[in-house]
Design a protein around this ligand. Structure first.
Ligand SMILES: CC(C)(COP(=O)(O)OP(=O)(O)OC[C@H]1O[C@@H](n2cnc3c(N)ncnc32)[C@H](O)[C@@H]1OP(=O)(O)O)[C@@H](O)C(=O)NCCC(=O)NCCS
Length: 155
């Protein structure tokens, strides 16, 4: 059965689960953030614009999501924009290409919006992104972790 990747703006029913998944995954990195605040942000996603979240489904089962955001490292790289952020696949659906498909769908959407350089940071998934055409710009501390900042050229 084929994978569908579509705008979250067309699937508001997915918001509560996504907000919980994201909160459990990233609460430690974002002290003070709440499920309610995430829910509010997820409700403001554009269908084709920034910020935009894409969701992956197989049949009608929600598998994961990824987002295109204006800014993800405001303290250290305020001038770099936009960013791929919040790539998440439910644990039972990992290692089958869903994460890669979400990353590629965000890159394609960004390209269609005229974006020429897309950024991300990752603590530990550099290999996944490299395989998808991303290049490391550097390794640096971020909120108590060590992360690799990467870029993908889209033109
Ligand atoms: C990171 C994450 C989104 C990857 O999602 P995923 O669906 O497992 O991603 P993929 O299946 O495309 O790739 C994962 C592995 O499966 C393998 N894989 C890729 N496509 C595959 C396919 N079609 N069939 C089988 N295996 C495949 C790859 O070898 C890859 O391994 P590698 O990344 O170690 O090289 C997921 O692990 C996750 O949600 N983690 C928690 C949140 C997180 O860390 N997010 C990223 C922050 S930067």
């Amino acid at each position: 059965v084929s994978l569908r990747v579509e705008p979250l703006a067309d699937h508001p029913a997915a918001i509560p689960r996504l907000a919980r998944w994201q909160h459990e995954q990233w609460a430690a990195l974002n002290p003070g953030d709440t499920v309610e605040a995430r829910t509010a942000r997820l409700r403001r996603q554009h269908r084709h614009g920034i910020p935009m979240t894409l969701v992956a489904f197989r049949e009608d089962e929600l598998l994961g999501s990824a987002s295109l955001v204006e800014q993800d490292m405001p303290e250290t790289h305020p001038d770099w924009t936009p960013w791929l952020a919040s790539v998440f696949v439910a644990p039972e659906h990992r290692d089958g290409g869903v994460g890669s498909a979400l990353v590629e769908a965000i890159a394609a959407a960004a390209r269609s919006l005229g974006v020429r350089k897309l950024y991300l940071f990752t603590p530990d998934r550099e290999r996944l992104y490299r395989r998808l055409g991303w290049h490391a710009l550097g390794v640096e501390p971020y909120r108590g972790e060590t992360v690799t900042v990467m870029v993908r050229t889209l033109d």
